[in-house]
Design a protein around this ligand. Structure first.
Ligand SMILES: Cc1ncc(COP(=O)(O)O)c(C=O)c1O
Length: 503
């Protein structure tokens, strides 16, 4: 075992002028590392700063700068008239922990040792590993990708400059835990006009995403093990967020009208919360019927359970009248409404919101104040100004035209090039569902297509129960040329893998 030196060995301690690191930092790091790895023991006396400076041929003030820093951080202590010593408060335990860790790292694991995670952390990571293979590339037809080059960046940057001037280069010092109030006011007005959502600005909570909203709702409204209904097939990230807060996720099948309420009541009658996408079911695009909406509202009022309405695709409806939200029909204040700007602008913006019933305002205020408060002030302020000046409506109308054209382009191309895919009409959203010939395996097909550079999501990965094979194809992010090119590539690739199923 190497013995602990009685003092700092000046000869072995090299101060190197050719390095970029300043000399005082070299001394600081050298002494600190020697203390932390146990080579300099607590109580050991250091040579005088004059001796160190002479030995290393540097100025005494450089040595003093390093020693002062080490004293300020508690590694060294000075005793008047008797010199500088390695601090006694460096716990011996630290060295034990370090050597224990060195021992366990030395165990031959064949790679990095696994970090020690909670059961919850491990199960989220497992889920991520399973889904990841389909999620990685932003190439056609990855669903959920908005059109490139359409973010209103010029206006955004003008508004941002103007706001910084207004705040004289300092953002407000007081953070509003529920979000920046001018943005909350603008959202309340916008939702009333476009979605029939009935709320005041104080019911709006600004969040960074739908998942953030769901995790917060889970923390506030659910206890570990509480049942929640989710749609099957459904939005995996919503499911993961609810499972992450300890909810018992109950997948409920769908029929033509939306979530099958009778099935839900039979299998999980005491659910505390139901997560639905009534305007455009994710991923199938079903619109929940009025009678199903009313039945769901009646269930929540009777059982005092919550309905979480995820209206993620509210703006992209291409035919017929815009639908009123479920929240707008709710007379019992049981619906919590979620909205996101990920589809309106870009998922990179990370801004969304929750509309909560009045009775939850103080609970949200408390949790928000203690846990995270709200997203970055400046993005909220720019968006508030963007909405207040009336640009949002124009932007959405423009995007709706672009996406409608892209939707038609993909449909026509698929119908003419790959007739064995069954496309049912969907009047909203940013993706379409292409049903594969029965008997085929959508995961195998998606993997095969991915190898050819065509990204799709297999429907079966979003389901708990067996379902007919299908691929989810996003169209919003791709222009006509990209779409046509990719459909041709898809046709070539499917010709081999689907030939046995297509007549
Ligand atoms: C059903 C559903 N809700 C919400 C979102 C948006 O999520 P976020 O706000 O976290 O970007 C998506 C994105 O694909 C979605 O599919």
């Amino acid at each position: 075992m190497p013995s602990t030196p009685r003092t700092l060995d000046l000869a072995s301690f090299i101060v190197d002028r050719s390095l970029d690191e300043p000399l005082h930092l070299q001394i600081y790091h050298g002494v600190r590392d020697s203390i932390l790895n146990g080579r300099l023991a607590p109580g050991l006396r250091l040579p005088s700063t004059r001796t160190m400076a002479l030995s290393w041929a540097i100025s005494r003030s450089t040595v003093l700068a390093a020693i002062d820093q080490l004293k300020a951080e508690g590694y060294l202590e000075g005793r008047a008239g008797s010199g500088v010593f390695v601090s006694h408060t460096i716990p011996d335990r630290l060295n034990c922990v370090k050597s224990d860790r060195a021992k366990s790292d030395a165990v031959p694991t064949g790679g990095n040792p696994s970090p020690q995670l909670s059961n919850r952390g491990s199960s989220i990571c497992d889920e991520f590993r399973i889904r990841r293979e389909y999620f990685d590339h932003a190439t056609p037809f990855r669903p959920g990708v908005p059109a490139e080059g359409t973010f209103p960046s010029k206006r955004w940057s003008r508004l941002s400059t103007r706001l910084w001037r207004k705040f004289e280069c300092d953002p407000p010092l007081v953070v509003e835990p529920m979000g920046y109030s001018p943005l909350r006011e603008a959202i309340a007005v916008h939702l009333g006009a476009t979605r029939g959502v009935s709320c005041d600005a104080d019911q709006i909570v600004i969040v960074s995403s739908t998942q953030h909203a769901l995790m917060m709702l889970g923390q506030i409204l659910l206890d570990s093990g509480d049942s929640v209904w989710i749609e099957d097939p459904g939005y995996l990230r919503a499911q993961a967020a609810l499972a992450a807060v300890g909810a018992k996720v109950e997948p409920i099948p769908l029929d033509d009208e939306g979530i099958d309420l009778e099935h839900a009541l039979r299998t999980a009658p005491s659910a505390k919360l139901c997560y639905v996408t009534p305007s455009h079911q994710y991923p199938l695009g079903i619109t929940m019927s009025l009678s199903r909406r009313l039945a769901l509202l009646e269930w929540s009022a009777r059982s005092r359970s919550w309905i979480v309405e995820d209206d993620y695709m509210a703006e992209y409806r291409y035919a017929g009248q815009p639908l009123v939200s479920l929240q707008g029909l709710d007379e019992f204040a049981r619906v919590i409404y979620l909205g996101t700007f990920s589809k309106t602008f870009s998922p990179a913006l990370r801004l969304g919101f929750i509309v909560i019933p009045q009775e939850l305002i103080s609970a949200f205020n408390a949790v928000r104040s203690l846990i995270d408060r709200c997203p970055s002030f400046i993005d909220q302020a720019v968006l508030a100004e963007f909405m207040r000046e009336g640009h949002l409506g124009r932007h959405v109308r423009r995007m709706r035209r672009v996406y409608d054209e892209r939707r038609n382009c993909l449909r026509h191309a698929l119908n003419s090039e790959i007739p064995c895919l069954d496309l049912r009409p969907v009047q909203s959203g940013m993706h379409t569902v292409a049903w594969l010939p029965s008997g085929s395996d959508d995961c195998r097909v998606a993997r095969h297509l991915a190898e050819e550079g065509v990204v799709t999501f297999p429907l079966s990965t979003m389901c708990h129960r067996p379902i007919a094979p299908a691929l989810i194809l996003g169209y919003a992010g791709w222009n006509r040329v990209q779409t046509l090119q990719q459909v041709r590539r898809m046709e070539r690739s499917l010709r081999t893998i689907l030939s046995e199923y297509c007549s």
